[in-house]
Design a protein around this ligand. Sequence first.
Ligand code: ATP
Ligand code: MG
Length: 578
Amino acid sequence: MRFSRFFLPTLKETPAEAEVISHKLMLRAGMIRKLAAGIYSYLPLGLRVLRKVEAIVREEMNKAGAQEVVLPMVQPAELWQESGRWEFYGKELLRFKDRHARDCCLGPTHEEVITDLVRREVRSYRDMPLNLYQIQTKFRDEIRPRFGLMRGREFVMKDGYSFDVDEKASGKTYLAMYAAYQNVFRRLGLQFRAVEADTGSIGGSFSHEFMVLAETGEDTIVSCTGCDYAANIEKAEVVWSEKGQIKSNTPSRPMEKVATPGRRTVEEVTTFMGIPPQQLVKTLIFLVDGQPVAVLVRGDHEVNEIKLKNLLQAREIALADEALIRRITGAPVGYSGPVGLPVKIVADQAIQGMYDCVAGANEEGHHLVHVDAGRDIHADLYGDIRSVTAGDRCPRCKQPIRLSRGIEVGHIFRLGTKYSEALKATYLDGEGQERYMVMGCYGIGVSRIVAAAIEQGHDESGIIFPVAIAPFDVLLLPVNVNDTVIREAAEDIYHEFLSRGVHVLLDDRDERAGIKFKDADLTGIPFRITIGTKFTKEGLLEIKVRGTGETLFVTREQLVQTLLNMHSERIPRCLQQG
Ligand code: ATP
Ligand code: MG
């Protein structure tokens, strides 16, 4: 490709709309442009990267025995009503009517469509295992689309679905997909980690998320310093021990109400009373499927809404608003407490042993002291409903844990018979018995990967792409195209690379060298070959490695071999083929 003909509108200034670095750099490097909130056009440079990611995903899926299909993006409501998700999915599902006033939606995911396809075609155990995938645009009407391709409303996903005869076979498929995902992310050249993930209403530890490690990630990863346990914080289990609890040998004193005027937050109350946050019972009022529930955690802990939702087997939970809190507790926000509260009370397991502690008095400007959980708190249910903190221990080996951040780029899930039962996807086994197919689903955020790769690979000058997904392998940069020797050398090298299948961008613009170097750094192409005065005087070409900044000088004859020796996923392969 010739730069002079390439649609590559780079920007000097960072557009104000972008907050995170990948979004800024993708706009500046002319990879994407915004059409509407969370909806982007891919320009040629961006599309080349996206296609390279797709190609690796496709190769690994095919290698693992999955077959590619393309399923419709527009889906009839009836299928979603059959699975129950027309109601359940909420506002992320973009619904509309066609000209015959039939309800439809844009596919945010394809469990319904694939299960419908397979139930019509597959009859016998002999037709399984069956593993189908697609790489396609999804639409989710995200409440807060942001960070460019990271959380779009329209985005590209690889979604795969497997059908097996029983749980055992499905588990085997799951493991094969897990391994394929490891291969995908390794080949993409990303630092990543597979973590245990929440399985929601299905249960079991049969879900893993693949996280690209990056400070800017939206997800918190919990990993053990001693063993290989790693989990999303949504899921990471708390090992509860009585250690760290405030205990006293003196017998319980009677509860007492004290004035805490204007003190509402944990910090304000504990400072005012001169107690550590571990000695405070934090009471939050939630609406759980429309019913008010009081949720208790220790002052130094945070409620984990996913755990709470799972424990209560709820469809929807949300914090109550100020008006409801007043109605239930008789006091404004900040003074809620469990004693005498006329609603269901759910408490974190750490509340159980709390002794001589402080809680809201359900009266404005007042708290209770000397609260003894065993005596004064009558919880309907105790459970693990808080998030792990840095001070917690590994649930497997009890070693200290570490918290870090990541971007979820893949998610694999054992579905069991959730969809096959809802949509009656059955087969006949060897004995002629009708059985439900056992399913799995496997997603990869293809467009999110492009953003994640840039979050992980960049410096102040621009993008540093992993070689495997760079838009071009090599940027050929003649510093002055009006110099005949330089221009001809550039053309000669350009054609050799093209004929060998190297993805090369020739910066043939009649521009100042400084501008060309800036664009070279910005676009993140792994190898830059500069043809300048060193070439006209000494016959030397400069190779600069974008990732390390390393430069070396070679003759025209040494060029190809030197690139070959610079270990990289793609370049040696395509040069060797030539
Ligand atoms: P998230 O928690 O980030 O919303 P999810 O759990 O809804 O993700 P899945 O339904 O498992 O995501 O989708 C599979 C993959 O698709 C995710 O792992 C992620 O990489 C990608 N993905 C999901 N939502 C978006 C989005 N709005 N924009 C870009 N990629 C997305
Ligand atoms: Mg989501």
